[in-house]
Ligand binder design. Structure first.
Ligand code: NAD
Length: 278
């Protein structure tokens, strides 16, 4: 049968619609119904990540050392008809992480996506004046926390034959400390996060589990509330003309959690408007 012009146009339109639909599905596809833990989800970048993944149908576990804020975020998700569990968590305590995982499995039956977002930054910028206690605290949360949470989900993800682990690193882990910005201990901790990302990516690849990190530029959150001058300078040096927003980071997390990124692992993705271009 010959296809007339009207018919071929409608066929072409149908094909375009299918392509468009699959493109959209690619960006968020695979997230719906997935059990997602967001550490440090009570505010800032983590809160935005929790909202973004929830809006694409993920079941969210909002875990934060500040239980009240975690609960507020969980409630907001529930009000938008999303599935959420909020829980108090100290990522630097193995016991607390074990509790998080058992509560998550009890409520949702598994863990599909882990976003290691919880992190702290202390304000000692003078290189030779970082106190031992401060050094240990930063490494306990930013490095040990990522290790504990990742190690805890491995048996579950292995059993499920797949999973996504997304670590929130920082451009500071690549550049090293720059005078007047993040502390030298913070930068070193974020460099360690990149190493954990690559090590776990190699180890977990054969199990269908991808492990990636995001390296945001400066983001306007509670962590950086006193850094106005630095933010201005950073925006001026950024090709895209502004600093990173929590939403920029959340979009990158959505991509790394989706089917569209299924063959990407061990990658450190800059989300910084072209600031580093490394
Ligand atoms: N803000 C920036 O400029 C920037 C840039 C690059 C990377 N990052 C990274 O992004 C992540 C989020 O930072 P943010 O700017 O949203 O900071 P934030 O201080 O606004 O939020 C951090 C959240 O982590 C929680 N938290 C702190 N210690 C915890 C612990 N021991 N266990 C569980 N939760 C804990 C806090 O209560 C808070 O809710 C951090 O890993 C940070 O290092 C931030």
């Amino acid at each position: 049968m010959e296809v007339g012009p009207v018919c071929s146009i409608s066929l072409a339109l149908k094909w375009r619609r299918d392509v468009d639909r699959s493109a959209i599905a690619g960006i968020s596809g695979g997230v719906e119904g997935k059990v997602t833990i967001v550490t440090g989800g009570g505010q800032g970048i983590g809160k935005e990540i929790a909202f973004r993944l929830s809006s694409f149908g993920a079941k969210i576990v909002v875990a934060d050392i500040n239980e009240e804020r975690a609960s507020e975020v969980g409630q907001l998700i529930a009000e938008r008809e999303g599935a959420a569990l909020s829980i108090g968590l100290d990522v630097s305590s193995q016991e607390s992480v074990t509790h998080l995982i058992s509560q998550t499995v009890e409520k949702f039956g598994g863990v599909d996506i882990l976003v290691n977002n919880a992190g702290i930054n202390k304000s000692t910028f003078i290189y030779e004046e970082v106190k031992e206690e401060e050094w240990d605290k930063i490494f306990a949360v930013n490095v040990k926390g990522v290790y504990f949470c990742t190690a805890a989900v491995i048996p579950i993800m292995k059993r499920q034959k797949g999973g996504r682990i997304i670590n929130i690193g920082s451009g500071a882990g690549k550049t090293g400390a720059i005078s007047g910005s993040a502390g030298i201990h913070y930068c070193a901790s974020k460099a360690a996060v990149m190493c954990l990302t690559k090590s776990f990516a190699r180890y977990l690849g054969p199990h269908g589990i991808t492990v990636n990190a995001i390296a945001p530029g400066l983001v306007d959150t509670e962590m950086t509330k006193d850094w106005s001058a630095l933010k201005e300078r950073s925006a001026m040096n950024t090709p895209l003309g502004r600093i990173t927003s929590p939403s920029d980071v959340a979009n990158a997390v959505l991509f790394l959690a989706s089917e569209a990124s299924s063959f990407i692992t061990g990658e450190i993705l800059d989300v910084d408007g072209g600031l580093l271009m490394d």
